[in-house]
Design a protein around this ligand. Structure first.
Ligand SMILES: Cc1cc2nc3c(=O)[nH]c(=O)nc-3n(C[C@H](O)[C@H](O)[C@H](O)COP(=O)(O)OP(=O)(O)OC[C@H]3O[C@@H](n4cnc5c(N)ncnc54)[C@H](O)[C@@H]3O)c2cc1C
Length: 429
């Protein structure tokens, strides 16, 4: 899989070192076993360990191997779907609760960063949802109205103001959301891991779950060189769930459609150029049909992303598109080169909302953040911790049955091929 070839990425080059962890060897008994060491699993581990619950995280590869160590780093509020659409799908009571919790999601993330002293290039100056054409402007105005009804500090900026705040050409406006901000995502994941370890959790890396079986009231989880016995299991593998066939929840992997997303990061730009691009250091993405994103990092690199996988056939097309787009957006950029590039898998659901499942007695999962998992993963991680310790109303999502999407493979191919075609044609002719 191309995504695995693309590591280490920029975030690995600039994050503080991961805390020391090792594979599981031998037999271990805990209260809660967590499968997956991304934001969801690590936040759950931290919040469990803080209340004295014996907790072990089993991570197949390394901390932040999945989406958590590959994303753009936009700490956004709410979900990607419009607030009113979310309420139409979930109903008023459940929808309003989810919107309230995820609207406060960025605050929760930045509070954790401050509380645990996590060094992750945290900047909380808002994000910019850039509008493309008249349609895009309509979309962000609609989003503004819906969030404003809820008292959120969002504001549509004119094309001139959007240009001043982004330094980018060609947008018709932007929605500035002051609740949001940016982080270095892998550094955040590693910081959560360090905090969880300090609170008493155990984290085992290079330790894929291979099989699970029920023994009385307990689960026995098998790994290559050890076992974990636990009363509760939290499955936090999201779009990176590897093929584990010897578990009673095999169909779980059939639910998410994979949307590939790549990023290219430039060399550190000269100060005079870096001061013109996103001068207040908001992160940005657009309303385009094939979305693009851009942000700066602490070393003044510009990071540009869009939909697509950097496999052997498509990588050249996406790279050329990224270079053309960067020059078109920032005509004053001068010479630059791409020093880092990587891709990742975004887990999409059919209703564009995350799903909570009880897969078997005391086995619970939340996944499918549809490209918005930094704040939601952290919020849901805490909710999962509360859930398994007895607070059955802690999760702001109703439990649903798994709904395998028969079209998921076809849709993934469509996203990949469609983005490739768009990037080949776009701005070329
Ligand atoms: C390129 C990209 C850009 C994105 N941009 C943003 C953004 O700007 N803002 C935002 O909010 N969200 C963004 N997202 C989404 C966000 O990154 C994810 O929703 C989030 O990281 C999911 O976290 P998680 O902990 O649920 O899963 P993950 O971080 O994917 O972690 C799952 C972990 O499970 C492990 N695992 C899998 N199978 C096993 C097994 N059998 N045994 C043990 N471990 C296993 C994997 O190795 C992996 O580490 C982006 C995602 C991608 C890919």
């Amino acid at each position: 899989m191309a995504t695995e070839r693309a590591l280490p990425n920029l975030w690995h080059a600039t994050a503080p070192a991961a805390p020391r962890t090792a594979p599981l060897t031998g037999d271990l008994a805990v209260d809660v076993a967590i499968v997956g060491g991304g934001f969801t699993g690590l936040s759950a581990a931290l919040h469990l360990a803080e209340t004295g619950v014996r907790t072990a995280v089993l991570e197949a590869r390394m901390i932040g191997f999945g989406g958590s160590g590959r994303n753009v780093g936009l700490v956004n509020a709410g979900m990607w779907v419009q607030p009113d659409d979310l309420i139409a799908t979930l109903g008023a009571a459940a929808g309003n609760r989810l919107l309230d919790e995820l609207g406060d999601g960025p605050s929760f993330v930045y509070d954790l960063v401050a509380k645990h002293g996590i060094e992750c290039e945290a900047v909380r100056n808002g994000t910019l949802h850039m509008s493309v054409g008249a349609e895009g402007l309509k979309e962000i105005r609609e989003r503004e109205a819906q969030w404003k009804k809820r008292g959120a500090p969002v504001e549509v900026l004119s094309a001139e103001k959007a240009h001043a705040l982004s330094g980018a050409e060609g947008f018709t406006g932007a929605l500035l959301d002051r609740r949001a901000g940016t982080i270095q995502p892998l550094a955040y994941a590693r910081g959560l891991a360090r905090a969880a370890l300090a609170a008493g959790a155990e984290i085992f890396t290079d330790t894929p779950l291979l099989a699970a079986s029920r023994q009385g009231d307990l689960w026995k989880l098998k790994t290559a060189r050890g076992t974990v016995t636990a009363r509760h299991v939290i499955l936090a593998t999201n779009a990176y769930g590897s093929l584990v066939t010897d578990v009673p929840w095999k169909e779980y992997r059939q639910e998410l459609t994979i949307l590939p997303y790549f990023q290219f990061a430039t060399n550190p730009l000269p100060d005079n150029v870096a001061a013109r691009i996103l001068p207040e250091r908001q992160g940005a993405w657009d309303t385009g049909l094939v979305m693009t994103s851009f942000r700066m990092d602490k070393q003044n690199r510009l990071i540009f992303g869009s939909i697509g996988r950097l496999d052997a056939i498509a990588a050249g097309t996406h790279r050329a598109f990224a270079a053309r787009s960067v020059r078109k957006l920032f005509p004053y950029i001068g010479d630059f080169r791409f020093e880092h590039w990587w891709d990742g898998r975004i887990g999409m659901t059919t209703n564009n909302l995350p799903a909570m499942h009880v897969l078997a007695p005391n086995v619970v999962s939340i996944s499918g953040y549809n490209g918005r998992g930094i704040a939601p993963g952290t919020v849901f991680g805490r909710a999962l911790a509360r859930h398994v310790t007895g607070d059955t109303s802690a999760i702001p999502l109703a439990q649903t049955p798994i709904t395998p999407d028969p079209w998921r493979t076809l849709k993934s191919v469509f996203y990949h091929a469609g983005a490739q075609a768009k990037h080949f044609i776009d701005k070329r002719f």
